[in-house]
Structures are given as structure tokens and as C-alpha cells.
Design a protein around this ligand. Structure first.
Ligand SMILES: Cc1cc2nc3c(=O)[nH]c(=O)nc-3n(C[C@H](O)[C@H](O)[C@H](O)COP(=O)(O)OP(=O)(O)OC[C@H]3O[C@@H](n4cnc5c(N)ncnc54)[C@H](O)[C@@H]3O)c2cc1C
Length: 358
């Protein structure tokens, strides 16, 4: 098996891993980022198609409270824009009565989207990192302590480094990567019960040539207790040139076929918009529960955000050589993009001043 040496190995090229590599770019360190998928971004994934609205299949919204993410976006020259809600929403409280058009209360905390799609953030980070640092299709299987180094074995390469940062959701790290010597029992127990934010969700989007939902007695904002779409929003691009509706599908529908999911969605949307929904240009979906590099089943019931940001994630393991990072480990805004950026910053604080031995 081929063997490569680095000063620092980062496992995962999602927002945490790429932000960390970006923050380290000016330091004289050889960094290797190992990513299992054939693409960057992890839970940030924008579906692009020329001449149509980019559709967010993963992370979409941020708020003004997300100060570190906003600062990073600004530094990278990426603009944000307010999520269009309109003044009214389609509201469906129960299956036995028809949906209604309700007036939305004033929104004092608007949500924002990233101009050009959330993946623009990933692209801009990657553009500032040396391309030879990024290794795609490297499924890490084990981390083993050998002397004062850690050996990180992927499907076909062994990477050796004195410091390793995992950015996998902790529950996934525990399930997929064997660590030797074993991590402490209190930590592994915690990892078993640490929720991976949005791991069970299904995102769905339909592109249209016109935003018909904006006219007359209608809205692109949908709140339904009946489903199968509980929430949906106007998803036009920043320029308001290309149009789409995007929302969540009840996660229970993960085992259906794509065609069956689409039928259910159209059935619901026909109730609100009539036959116009059938004019969709294309349908996009992401079933995150089926993404083996994001989701793995839990042994018991785990609540949303459970154990996110726990204190046990704030210190390194394996004689200070292995850091457990990632959005779920951040002590503030865990699970969110803001948490991912803060997690990368936390690692920087911890390794500040560290120099690899000559
Ligand atoms: C549907 C959905 C909607 C969301 N909506 C929002 C939102 O609106 N706002 C918000 O702030 N956040 C949202 N989030 C959360 C947001 O996406 C995450 O907080 C953020 O992207 C996490 O980044 P990360 O780098 O910590 O983790 P990840 O993005 O999960 O990155 C981990 C990386 O590790 C890789 N990996 C996994 N296993 C291995 C292995 N064995 N070897 C090597 N690499 C491996 C993965 O492929 C991945 O690239 C959403 C997430 C989803 C799924």
C-alpha cells in the first residue's frame, strides 16, 4: 500500500475540513485532506444546471447571529440574500379541512441564502487551498497510533501525520473508522448518542420557468401538517431570473422510489396550485439517510441535536494527536454551518504555535 507523510491530516472535505485548511493556508505545514466522496462539500450540496435556479440539496439558510460564517463569507467575497417568504403562506392544519392562505407575522429574524448557491462557499474555500492537498475518493477506515505519529488508512493509501483532525459527524466516525488505541468508553458512549444534524432529512426541489405561485391568491411558502411536504419555499436565484420551489419531504419516505416520491409531491402541490405544477422543468432530491458518508443508523432513539457541542469533544485524544471536529462538536451553533466554521476555528486555537518536529 502506498504511504504518504504530512504534518496534518484532515479527514473530510466538508465545510469544517475546508475552513480548517483555509485557515492554515499561510502556515508552513503540509496538510492532506482526505475525502471519501468524489466531490467536496459534504452536507453542502447545490444542484446546478445551466440556465436554471441552483437548488440546495443540503445547507441553505443562515442568520445574522451566525457571525463567524458571515465573516467568512465576507472575507471570501460571497454575498447573501434574504429568503423570499412573501406576505402570505399556504397553511394546511389538518387533512379534513382545506388549506388556507394565511398572513405571515412580521419576520424580525430573516433567513439568508448564499448568492450562487451554498456550494459557492465550498468552491471559494477550495480555490484558496493548494489543489494537491485535497484527496478525493479516500474512504478512511482506520486511525492507528504508531510511535509519535498516527497512521490513517484509507481504501488505498496510508497517510502518516503527527496530528489528525476528523471532521466526520461523531456518530459516523465511531461507526466507520477504527481507532487504535480505542477511544475512552465515556467518549464512545457519547458518540453513539450524538445526533448528526439533518441526517434523516429529504430535500426536494422543482424548477419552473415562471414563479406562478407569486401571482394572485397564492404563495410559494407552504406549511403543512398533512404533508408529505411539511415546509416549502420560493427558491428563485439571487438575480430572480430562474425559479424553483424547494422544501423538505417527510423523512419517512426514504425507502420509496424517486418516481413515487415525485408523485406524492405533485399530488400535494396540485391541491394548492392546480395543474400548473405539472409544468415543472425538472425534479431534484437528496435522501440524506441513504448517504453512507453522512448517515448511519443509531442503536437507540436519538433526539435532534442530542449531545451536540458536548464538552468531551473540546479536547484531543490519543495522546493529543487526534482531534474530533465537525459541526456537531461546536460548543455554539452545533450542527449548523456556523458550527462547522467555529469548529475549524477551535482546532486552530488548540494547535496554535504547534510545529511539526524536524
Ligand atoms: C438537508 C440538510 C439541510 C441543512 N440545512 C442547513 C441550513 O439551512 N443551515 C445550516 O447552517 N446548516 C444546515 N445543514 C447542516 C450543514 O450542512 C452542516 O452543519 C455542515 O455542512 C457540516 O459540515 P461538516 O464539514 O462539519 O460536516 P460534513 O459536511 O458532514 O463533512 C464531513 C465530510 O467527511 C466525509 N467523510 C465521511 N466519511 C468519511 C470517511 N470514512 N473517510 C473520509 N471522509 C469521510 C464526508 O463525505 C463529508 O464530506 C443542513 C444539512 C443537511 C443535510
Amino acid at each position: 500500500m502506498e504511504s504518504r507523510k504530512s504534518d496534518l491530516v484532515i479527514i473530510g472535505a466538508g465545510l469544517t475540513g475546508l475552513t480548517l485548511a483555509y485557515l492554515l493556508r499561510a502556515q508552513n505545514l503540509t496538510v492532506s485532506i482526505l475525502e471519501a466522496r468524489g466531490r467536496l462539500g459534504g452536507r453542502i450540496l447545490t444542484a446546478y444546471q445551466d440556465g436554471t435556479a441552483p437548488i440546495e440539496m443540503g445547507a441553505t439558510w443562515l442568520g445574522s447571529k451566525h457571525t463567524q460564517l458571515n465573516a467568512l463569507l465576507q472575507e471570501l467575497g460571497i454575498e447573501t440574500f434574504e429568503q423570499v417568504l412573501g406576505q402570505k403562506a399556504i397553511y394546511e392544519p389538518i387533512s379534513t379541512s382545506p388549506h388556507q392562505l394565511v398572513t405571515l407575522p412580521p419576520n424580525n429574524e430573516p433567513s439568508y441564502r448564499i448568492k450562487g448557491g451554498s456550494s459557492a462557499l465550498i468552491q471559494q474555500l477550495a480555490a484558496r487551498i493548494k489543489p494537491d492537498q485535497i484527496h478525493l475518493n479516500q474512504i478512511v477506515e482506520s486511525i492507528q497510533s504508531v510511535g509519535d505519529k498516527l497512521q490513517v488508512k484509507s481504501n488505498d493509501v496510508v497517510f502518516e501525520a503527527p496530528l489528525v483532525v476528523s471532521t466526520l459527524p461523531p456518530h459516523l466516525l465511531l461507526a466507520r473508522i477504527k481507532v487504535e488505541p480505542a477511544l475512552p468508553a465515556d467518549l464512545t458512549q457519547l458518540m453513539k448518542q450524538t445526533h448528526t444534524w439533518m441526517g434523516e432529512s429529504i430535500k426536494v426541489g422543482l424548477r419552473f420557468s415562471t414563479p406562478f405561485w407569486r401571482k394572485g391568491h397564492s404563495s410559494g411558502t407552504i406549511f403543512s401538517n398533512v404533508g408529505p411536504i411539511p415546509e416549502m419555499y420560493d427558491h428563485a436565484d439571487f438575480e430572480d431570473q430562474f425559479y424553483a420551489l424547494k422544501g423538505f419531504l417527510n423523512g419517512a419516505y426514504f425507502s420509496m422510489t424517486k418516481a413515487d416520491r415525485l408523485n406524492l409531491i405533485l399530488m400535494q402541490l396540485r391541491k394548492y396550485y392546480g395543474k400548473e405544477v405539472e409544468q415543472f422543468l425538472d425534479y431534484q432530491e437528496a435522501v440524506w439517510r441513504k448517504e453512507s458518508f453522512t448517515y448511519t443508523p443509531y442503536e437507540g432513539h436519538v433526539l435532534p441535536h442530542q449531545n451536540n457541542g458536548h464538552s468531551l469533544y473540546q479536547a484531543p485524544y490519543v495522546d493529543g494527536k487526534l482531534f474530533i471536529a465537525g459541526a456537531e462538536t461546536a460548543s455554539q451553533f452545533p450542527g449548523y454551518m456556523e458550527g462547522a466554521v467555529r469548529s475549524a476555528q477551535h482546532i486552530i486555537q488548540q494547535i496554535q504555535g504547534w510545529q511539526p518536529m524536524a
